[in-house]
Design a protein around this ligand. Sequence first.
Ligand code: NAD
Length: 456
Amino acid sequence: MEIKDVILKQQLFFNSNKTKETDFRVHQLKKFKRLLKENENLLYDAIYEDFGKSKYETYISELSLTYHELNLFVKKIKRWSKRKKVSTNFANFPSKSYIIPEPLGNTLVIGAWNYPFQLSLIPAISSLAAGNTVILKPSELPAKTSAVMAKIINENFPVEYFHVLEGGVKETTELLENKFDKIFFTGSINVGRIVYQAAAKHLTPVTLELGGKSPNFVMAGCNIKVTVQRIVWAKFLNAGQTCVAPDYILVEKSIEKEFLTALKKEINKYHKNENDIENNYLRIINTNNFERLNSLIDNDKLYCGGKTNKENRFISPTVLNDVTFEDKIMEDEIFGPILPVISFSNLDEVIKEVKSRTKPLSCYIYSNNRKVINKLLREISFGGGAINDSVMHLSNSNLPFGGVGFSGIGNYHGEAGFNTFSHHKSILDKPFWYESSLKYPPYSDFKMKIMRYLVE
Ligand code: NAD
């Protein structure tokens, strides 16, 4: 079916008001959960073929998050869709005021490749929960996963309500020529710009979930054993191909040696070789990215790792030390299993360096010193993050997830996702039985006095 026809069908369906019924939405989400559960093995196989990712890691990093959001929306749709009463100002006595959350209409969700399942489905679920229709365009790079999502959704949902359109740049460009009521995009900063420009033509609101270089502060006095445990897991999960992965380490000079030794020891505990499927060590998504990452490994600064195999697109967990902010690896988001370590003695100087760059998607602070933690939280702007952990903040759906500045616009997860796909319609509701003469002429000093008394 032509893109234009799908959009037209979705517009007509939205205008039928069917999606405004919360019972309808709850029913659709329950059905979706059932379908995902019935087809779980297809999903595991597809992700394994695309990435070599094990069942367990697919479950914890993709399916569990998706099920969690589905359950949450099924439980909360009715409450979140209710009008919310707010107080009314004196000038409008005797009225009621309330806010009605309403769906935006026909929405487009464009997914990224690194967690192809949850980065496509959680925004789509949020949009359906808020009462919209959805066209989902997953990333074309994990081709098997994209095809399985298309199969499950397109065989079970009517095209006018929820539909997957597969494709790459050409198809996405064509899609973006059309008018939507909302576009939700996850991906790189450069493509985010293209999406934003296309949306501007129709004044379409956007949520852009982008990337960036997320710093990881390791301060003297932290628990080094637990720190390295958490950092190694977060960095090398998905072979570093995670938007919120710690991009680089800023460690206080006084604990640098101890930290590096512990880091190497922790890495050596797992991720031993390229066939280490049980421990979920992944391949790099494609040859372009393999080449890009390979060129970032500076042998003069290699501390551990650095083993590569082009044929398998394998790069072992790699740590570079004695890195400076001027090194090539500090130019762009790494998005792979290479971890540069920069040591510092002056916190203010290092904060200045971080702030001279674009605002990161995440920031992580490992410290036991509340003063230092609060200083970093106050002085550095970033999307979201964690104290004494990395990445895990995104698993709490009470925390809106998104970037700031170059790392993104808007947020989602849980109620934030529902709001991202809703318009909040403000209503003043007035009865006929009373009308004050204050706002009408003739104006007088006496009226002025009353007005001042009421306002000031
Ligand atoms: P990408 O920008 O290359 O692709 C994202 C989507 O845009 C894909 O569906 C792709 O088909 C489409 N696309 C690519 N080029 C296009 C073009 N010229 N015109 C129109 N559409 C186009 O991103 P990616 O490689 O899939 O993902 C990696 C990036 O995404 C990293 O920067 C990462 O940090 C970021 N990311 C962010 C989040 C987040 O939640 N903030 C999550 C995952 C990834």
